[in-house]
Design a protein around this ligand. Structure first.
Ligand code: HEC
Length: 154
């Protein structure tokens, strides 16, 4: 190789070395700053606003109704939300009306045929909630039949 070419090569190598030094140097500087100030880009003290709002939205109750599912407010609500909306819409639950025994039967049926898990000690709370708020008496009361009574003696 001619000396001219050597020179060019050396200059190119030197430039590359400086370039790499600058990159590595700034990375080290960046890590150093980040290390001494961990909250620079992300604060662990407060969850990001969006997550907080989504969480609240999940629990939001308006006019006595759990907004996300339509379940009425009551003791055991979140337990029902967490166990009864995984496979089907909450509507399938809220549109039904059963007695306590009836709800237990529905749960057994789902456990035997639909893969519903054992609800353990939560079952009593869930059944209590369902039979309190989705009891047969509430089901679409129709108007009393109007019967014209007549006397059998006539
Ligand atoms: C593992 C899945 C799963 C879970 C969890 C689940 N169900 Fe179901 N459930 C089903 C399936 C599947 C059906 C049938 C859906 C259909 O017919 O379209 C069903 C149907 C129903 C019905 C309608 C029954 C009928 O006779 O029409 C009701 C009411 C119901 N579920 C209530 C509940 C309640 C209350 C819970 C919580 C304790 C619950 N489900 C949790 C799978 C599940």
């Amino acid at each position: 190789m001619e000396s001219d070419q050597w020179k060019k090569l050396m200059v190119a190598m030197a430039r590359l070395a400086v370039f790499l030094l600058v990159i590595v140097g700034s990375m080290i500087a960046f890590l150093f700053v980040l290390h001494s100030n961990p909250d620079l880009f992300y604060s662990q003290k407060e969850p990001p606003q969006l997550v907080q709002e989504a969480f609240q939205g999940d629990q939001l109750i308006e006019d006595g109704v759990h907004v996300a599912t339509g379940f009425v407010e009551g003791e055991g609500l979140m337990m029902v939300v967490n166990n009864c909306t995984n496979c089907h819409s909450a509507k399938l639950v809220t549109q039904d009306r059963f007695t306590k025994e009836g709800w237990i039967q529905v749960i057994r049926w789902m456990q035997e045929t639909q893969g519903l898990w054992d609800l353990g000690p939560n079952e009593a709370v869930i059944v209590e909630y369902l039979s309190n708020h989705y009891a047969p008496e509430d089901r679409g009361r129709r108007k009393q039949l109007e019967v014209e009574w007549y006397s059998l003696e006539e």
